[in-house]
Design a protein around this ligand. Sequence first.
Ligand code: ASP
Ligand code: MG
Length: 444
Amino acid sequence: MIVAKFGGTSVSSKGSVLTLCNIVANELGRQPVVVVSALKGVTDLLLSLSTLPENKIEKKIREIRKIHKNLIVSLWNDKRLQSETFLYINSKLNEILQLIMKAEPGREFLDKLVSFGEIMSSYIITRALESKGMKAEQVISTDLIVTNNNFGSAEFLVESTKRKTQKILTPLVKTGVVPVVTGFIGATRSGQTTTLGRGGSDYTASIVGYCLKAEEIQIWTDVDGVFTADPRLVKNARSLPIVSFKEASELAAFGARVLHSRTIRPAISAGIPVRVLNTFNPKNHGTLIVEKSRASGKAKAVSFKRKIILVNIYSTEMLRQKGFLAKIFKVFANNNISIDLVSVSEVSVSVSVDDKKNLEMAVKELAEFSHVSVIEDMGMVSLIGEDITSSTKTIRRVFEILDKEKVLARMVSLSAANINISIVVESDKVEKAVKALHDKLLLK
Ligand code: ASP
Ligand code: MG
């Protein structure tokens, strides 16, 4: 059994839907379960409905209708299939209208509202697979994924989700039916619709794969997998054939937006390989994410963040003190500020944050017991690879390259987890540093 998840762009055009059908047809021998996102842009449109004045709602709904209608019309010549599918979409759009009329505003309402995106897309994809001669069945994941009440970013409950998922999906795949599961949505124990957070369809795929002990999870998207660097900045970046879960998580945290680490954790924890593939270039090897890849001490990828703020805290009070760091971190925590990097000496602490929000207040509080300076407009460059900090050669090369480019490291962090080297540099040096490190360390 495998799980194949198709993201928004992969279900939005005739070409990509036909590719999807081919991919599924080729995998029939491995009992595929399909998971789909909403059509591209639909989740945002649905969310926007919640804030519109009544007289603007009709127009937005027409927009959503048009996106689905265009796809339906382009997919098939069969008029009956077209009108049946369109009828379904229309009935859902009516339900949406009803919901908006009578619902109380709030997170519960929003989750119910956005869930329609995946409900509509999964119907179209089911019909598309059938039109290619496959047996397929739409499965609304409120019947599979049981979650807590954390609307908007719900967490799944392992045992009940496992039970329901196996009970519903196993008989389908065993009889040669391809389940087409809505991504992104679940339901509380009492049956209220929840969502798993933006981009949550990957999470759905991972949860379903975990519950069914799938042999592989495929995430079909619109890029060739996980890259050595952001290809928008680094033209010669290439996709990595294999990365470890830790590397993938680190890359996600440091700006590469392919997969969120939370979303693939269930799969990885069960030892299920996750493959990121490109619907628009299906022959590309993509990127395989596994629990552990062979550690080499080499850098695999470079990522970056702009708009980093460096906070330097200096105090002689710190000398041989106990609990001083706790005192500092408490200030950040109390002000709801998340810290990225930390570097400590006997009398000073530097931290980097990526959000100015609440910082002023925190600085005020810190200044009550230390000298504080804030340097804005910094950037962070991170090199990622298993065991990277255990290679003296890699570390030496990093600083040689920065030296050659005349980029000064304002703060350095070598993770003890051995997985990243992060360097804070002036914002306008980020690009130069990323390109140089990429070309000299990664292109070999
Ligand atoms: N449609 C949802 C979103 O846009 C979930 C997903 O695509 O993964 O966030
Ligand atoms: Mg998406």
